[in-house]
Design a protein. Structure first.
Length: 340
């Protein structure tokens, strides 16, 4: 009886959409960790592991935001620019003497405006997500440039030490705060996506937007919420970057669109929508971080590291398309057989 119950639990876990991909990439992650550890034992040092986890944390955060959007069947190309905008706004305010926590709130509000704009353009104005977020990507980067007249900001000052410790340098129970921030964000948004009606609506839109609409799902509201989540996550990473450097830099967030997509699709979130879980995003971000760190230890140049990550992303998306295509063919065949 006990064995039957265990089998039922395992079947339920495997039945979760995207879980199969998560298990596969987790095995791949463990293999990579072992290989890099064997090649260079320093990879397993306490200092490297702690720093690696802190490097992965921001990728997990932006991956969560991109995952929400991808599951709805859309994409957010503005993530990197929202990071840059958030870094510049927060740093500029703090360098002017504004209380760091007021600067944080104002920065988050500014990012939410971009997220709201994205959601409305795509769900209400019916703009293709690629075009809409390409436009807001440019707008957000332009705002980042205007904030300090196209220059990096001054130092955020000694008054922001508490801010810097909270977002990057500080530790709680021996673990860097950046890691705790990523964990809390994951727990909150994973709960929303997996346990609430909003989460069910997010999956419904990505699976079949017409059917979701007929079922009473508010397409505009749900899509906008997904982009608000994405903007919030990007803004949090912008704040982390400000805390890291102690100033606002013009190149903050550059290329992070790629990192967000990589974390999502490697972890099993489908670019076609309706499939994926945030646990997979954590694994996907970890694979990205381990590859970058491990290849660096192996002496591989940055160009090679980027090529490897790019190939993995392309292969992940290609496999997803092939699997989804085969699933659709199987469904059609079964329908024909039932009709006959």
């Amino acid at each position: 009886m006990e064995a039957i119950r265990k089998n039922e639990k395992i079947k339920k876990i495997l039945a979760i959409r995207g879980m199969g991909q998560v298990i596969t990439v987790t095995i791949g992650l463990l293999v990579m960790v072992l290989i890099f550890g064997i090649l260079n034992p320093t990879f397993f040092s306490q200092k490297n592991v702690a720093n690696l986890m802190r490097q992965i944390a921001p990728i997990i955060i932006i991956g969560i935001g991109q995952s929400y959007v991808l599951i709805t069947g859309n994409i957010d190309l503005s993530i990197g620019s929202v990071i840059g905008m958030s870094a510049m706004i927060s740093a500029k305010l703090m360098s002017m003497g504004v209380n760091p926590w007021i600067a944080v709130v104002l920065t988050l509000i500014a990012a939410q405006v971009i997220g709201l704009f994205n959601g409305q353009l795509i769900s209400k104005a019916k703009l293709p997500p690629f075009i809409a977020t390409l436009g807001t990507m440019t707008i957000a980067r332009g705002i980042a440039q205007i904030v300090n007249n196209n220059y990096n900001t001054d130092s955020i000052g000694a008054g922001a030490e508490g801010f810097r410790d909270f977002f990057y340098y500080g530790r709680t129970f021996g673990v860097f705060n950046t890691i705790w921030i990523a964990l809390v964000i994951w727990m909150i948004f994973n709960f929303i996506l997996s346990k609430t009606r909003t989460g069910r609506h997010v999956y419904a839109i990505g699976s079949n937007i017409s059917a979701a609409h007929l079922s009473g799902v508010n397409i505009v509201s749900t899509t906008t919420k997904a982009y608000l989540v994405s903007a919030f996550c990007a803004s949090m990473v912008g704040l982390i970057q400000t805390a890291t450097s102690g100033m606002g830099t013009m190149d903050a967030g550059t290329g992070y669109e790629m990192y967000a997509v990589a974390a999502s699709v490697i972890g099993g979130v489908s670019t076609l929508g309706g499939q994926g879980i945030l646990l997979g995003t954590v694994v996907g971000a970890s694979i990205w971080g381990v590859l970058q760190n491990g290849l660096q230890f192996a002496g591989a140049p940055v160009a090679i590291r980027n090529i490897v990550i790019g190939i993995i992303v392309v292969v992940s998306v290609l496999l997803d398309i092939i699997v989804r295509s085969n699933q659709n063919k199987t469904r059609k065949r079964l329908k024909k057989e039932d009709a006959a």
